[in-house]
Design a protein around this ligand. Sequence first.
Ligand SMILES: CC(C)(COP(=O)(O)OP(=O)(O)OC[C@H]1O[C@@H](n2cnc3c(N)ncnc32)[C@H](O)[C@@H]1OP(=O)(O)O)[C@@H](O)C(=O)NCCC(=O)NCCS
Length: 187
Amino acid sequence: MSAIDHSVFHSPGYFIRAAMASWEKAGAARLRHRVFVEEQGLFPVHDRDKIDKDCTSLVALSTYAHEADEVVGTVRIHEEAPGLWWGSRLAVDSRFRHVGRLGRELIRLAVSTANGRGCRSFSAHVQAQNVPMFEALHWRVEEEIVLHGMPHARMRADLAAYPPITDPEAGFLALAKRSAPPPAIAW
Ligand SMILES: CC(C)(COP(=O)(O)OP(=O)(O)OC[C@H]1O[C@@H](n2cnc3c(N)ncnc32)[C@H](O)[C@@H]1OP(=O)(O)O)[C@@H](O)C(=O)NCCC(=O)NCCS
């Protein structure tokens, strides 16, 4: 096994923020297509729906020389009824999973942004294999259901664990995870 920490070669840090530029929105759409249509086969042709007209899209951006470089993660949030928010289409590029806790940081920005906009309830339909991850992030299962032919759970976030964020456009920086340093070499 290599002693080199490859995660730092992906990107030393990631901006987690609301998508603003058109390249960010287009990158999020392409990433969703790669993950939900090509990788998971959840949708046969495209994954767009009417929620896309009225949602806030959040992105994780890799960096190069401290500048935003590429969309490597995304999630969207929308308010279904006053105070009732949903998150959906959480996706991290397969090359960037487990390297920067991007899934966790996108969930944090999603729920905290809704909380900053007067959210009273934040829910998501979570794919069954991801339920343990959401439970570890202060979500609980409310109902088990099948969606698009795949087992899901309707889960709800504990808003107390997600302090309000009022400026998702500014977002925050997530650093790449560091593995343990390589053992010292004896000369
Ligand atoms: C699910 C997904 C978004 C996770 O993204 P990620 O960036 O790899 O996740 P993170 O690195 O932030 O993981 C956060 C924590 O949950 C853990 N985790 C990640 N996926 C997990 C899973 N499926 N089950 C249990 N734990 C999981 C990680 O080990 C990490 O734990 P740590 O903080 O103790 O190190 C990503 O795997 C993905 O895009 N999958 C395909 C699409 C998908 O399933 N979308 C979600 C639909 S509900």
